[in-house]
Design a binder for this molecule. Structure first.
Ligand SMILES: Cc1cc2nc3c(=O)[nH]c(=O)nc-3n(C[C@H](O)[C@H](O)[C@H](O)COP(=O)(O)O)c2cc1C
Length: 332
């Protein structure tokens, strides 16, 4: 067994995959083809259920299972009104792991997923929340720094590592956000992480069904182009989303202004206003990923886009990571 395989052993066992590398869920991008291709290459892929209902998720799980016999996870957004149905579908289809995102899960949700024999993973933005989630019974945690693509928290990966990973060494923790090179993955494993989750690089890989025009935009972009649009008013907190700047990121600010005005006039409730902004992102992301609209579509992307310059296969990406990690470890 190579040094990097040894370091990945615990994470691989937790995931039931060859490598302790997760291909993070990406709405519209992490569909059956990409997730199965990740799984067939030893990576733990996670299907994104986004705003799906139970029937759509059932179809997507069955499509994935028809393309791979390996484990994969399902990402469920906690505030999805179909939450209970989605959990039942995962249970009926013997999914091995559910990754809960988009809010903090309660104990009843975690217990329900466990009742199907499914492992539960979740995200935590602070040490106190991480401790609470483990107390509530989650099986593993993902720390995702604000360098990441898509919905992000406020703290960078470096801060979360020091605040959470180094203080909770007894628990299984995966790290995400701005990670690509093998040297970094090996270092995080040495610091006690059980694995890493990568997103943007897999959105741009050969097996990803993302529209070719979109992929081109990612390869051309620099890290500084992957921005989080401003929040206009503290009273109306928005969920920050990191994406390549284009007309959609400008339009988001306009939409926010409009919703804020309606909220102040009492024409819309806070929760519905926030929901309409979420729908804006989901619709714009679909326009980019499926239609290739790189102007008015949302190109959710992490800052790691700075070093993603060409389309590679999953196999090439993984082999590069492994050889970088091995070379780094052999010099220590
Ligand atoms: C296009 C895109 C869509 C995403 N959608 C989701 C999602 O639906 N659910 C989720 O938990 N994370 C989502 N993420 C976050 C990824 O799963 C992953 O954690 C993140 O991309 C890792 O950071 P990186 O992009 O720097 O590798 C998304 C990321 C991207 C780039």
């Amino acid at each position: 067994m190579t040094k990097i395989q040894q370091l990945m052993k615990r994470g691989s066992e937790i995931l039931g995959s060859k490598y302790a590398i997760m291909g993070g869920a990406m709405t519209w991008v992490s569909e059956s083809n990409l997730v199965a291709a990740l799984a067939n290459n030893g990576v733990f892929g996670v299907l994104a259920s986004g705003a799906m209902n139970g029937d759509l998720l059932k179809n997507e799980i069955e499509a994935t299972q028809s393309k791979t016999s390996h484990n994969f996870g399902v990402n469920i957004i906690v505030m999805n009104p179909a939450l209970q149905d989605l959990i039942d579908v995962c249970g009926e289809h013997k999914v091995s792991h559910v990754v809960l995102a988009g809010g903090l899960p309660d104990k009843a949700t975690i217990d329900k997923i466990h009742s199907y024999g499914i492992q539960v993973m979740a995200f935590a933005p602070t040490l106190a929340i991480a401790r609470r989630l483990f107390k509530q019974g989650i099986d593993a945690l993902i720390l995702e720094g604000s360098e990441a693509g898509g919905h992000v928290g406020t703290l960078s990966t470096m801060i979360l590592i020091q605040d959470i990973l180094l203080n909770l060494k007894e628990y299984p923790i995966f790290v995400a956000g701005g990670i690509l090179r093998g040297e970094i993955i090996a270092s995080l494993l040495q610091l006690g992480a059980v694995g890493c989750q990568l997103g943007t690089v897999f959105a741009c890989c050969r097996e990803s069904q993302m529209h070719p025009e979109c992929k081109k935009a990612y390869f051309k972009a620099n890290g500084r182009n992957a921005v989080v649009p401003v929040q206009l008013d503290k009273k109306f907190q928005i969920a920050p989303v990191r994406a390549l700047e284009n007309r959609a990121t400008d339009e988001f600010v306009e939409r926010q202004r409009e919703v804020l005005r309606k909220f102040e006039n009492g024409e819309v409730e806070l929760v519905n206003g926030k929901l309409s902004l979420e729908h804006f992102w989901a619709g714009a992301l679909r326009r980019a990923v499926q239609e290739g609209d790189v102007d008015r579509g949302s190109l959710m992307s992490g800052q790691i886009v700075e070093i993603i310059r060409e389309e590679r296969s999953i196999e090439e990406i993984v082999n590069t990571i492994l050889s970088e990690a091995e070379e780094f470890l052999s010099k220590l």
